[in-house]
Structure formats: C-alpha cells, structure tokens
Design a protein around this ligand. Structure first.
Ligand code: THU
Length: 134
C-alpha cells in the first residue's frame, strides 16, 4: 500500500478522536507487513497524563490482534495547518516495533507532508539491538 493511501486512513481515523480537552485530533494508520492496516486515534482523559496518543493506539490495536511486523506508519493532524510529528513517548514505542528504515509520513491540514524514517525520529537507538526476537 502506498503512503498516500495510508495517510488517507490516518485522516479518517482522526475523525474518531476523543479530544475534548485539547481539541486536537490525531489519527494514525499502521501498515502491517501482511498488508493489514490498523488505525488509532488519540483518547484523552480528564487526568491529562493518561491521554493515549493516536500512534500508540494504532500500535496497541495491531499488537493486540497478533501482529508484530510492520512496514510503515502515517499520522494525520487535521487541527494543525503544518505537519506534526509524533511525541517522544510515541517515538519510543514506534521504534520498538518498526525498523529504522520504515517510512513514517505525517501531515496537517495544509496538505503538506513530511516523510521520514523511524531512524530519523529515533536516532542513536543502540538499545534496539539488545531486544532479541520479537
Ligand atoms: N497527540 C497524539 O495523539 N500524538 C502525538 O504524537 C502528539 C500528541 C495527542 C495527545 C493529545 O490528545 C493531543 O494530541 C494534544 O497533545
């Protein structure tokens, strides 16, 4: 699947966002190596700190369904004109399951997109080598 299509899925996922506090919707779409797509959105909480980001929602959904191997990730932030990259916590979780070469696309409402790799988001990820078979 092309990143364009995956990004469209991320935009649709953002429509389900539960974000009454920030009013900032985020959608994520994760492409599994077998072609399956899982989506996620941000789910906020009145305690703020328990908010779950869209990227982690998608990863947790996919892993919960038995997937471990992923090809790419797209993120949509329709309430921002410019593209918004994943937060630090999400970058760490993304790096747990996607390889350093895996493409990540993020884009906002102005239609522009940023294409990077997981390695760009999490450089010097030497600890990754310590995690054995996944
Ligand atoms: N958010 C995400 O879902 N992903 C990110 O990578 C950045 C932040 C959410 C968390 C919160 O619900 C809202 O966006 C504002 O920070």
């Amino acid at each position: 699947m092309k990143l364009d299509q995956l990004h469209e899925a991320a935009k649709r996922a953002a429509e389900a966002s539960y974000s009454p506090y920030s009013k900032f919707r985020v959608g994520a779409a994760l492409l599994c190596s077998d072609g399956t797509v899982f989506t996620g959105t941000n789910v906020e909480n009145r305690s703020f700190g328990l908010t779950i980001c869209a990227e982690r929602s998608a990863i947790v959904a996919a892993v919960s369904a038995g997937h471990r191997s992923f090809a790419s990730l797209a993120i949509a932030t329709p309430d921002s004109h410019a593209p918004v990259g994943p937060c630090g916590a999400c970058r760490q979780v993304i790096s747990e399951f996607l390889g350093a070469d895996a493409p990540v696309r993020f884009g906002g409402a102005d239609g522009s997109v940023v294409d990077v790799t997981v390695g760009d988001l999490v450089p010097y990820d030497s600890l990754h080598d310590l995690s054995g078979p996944r």
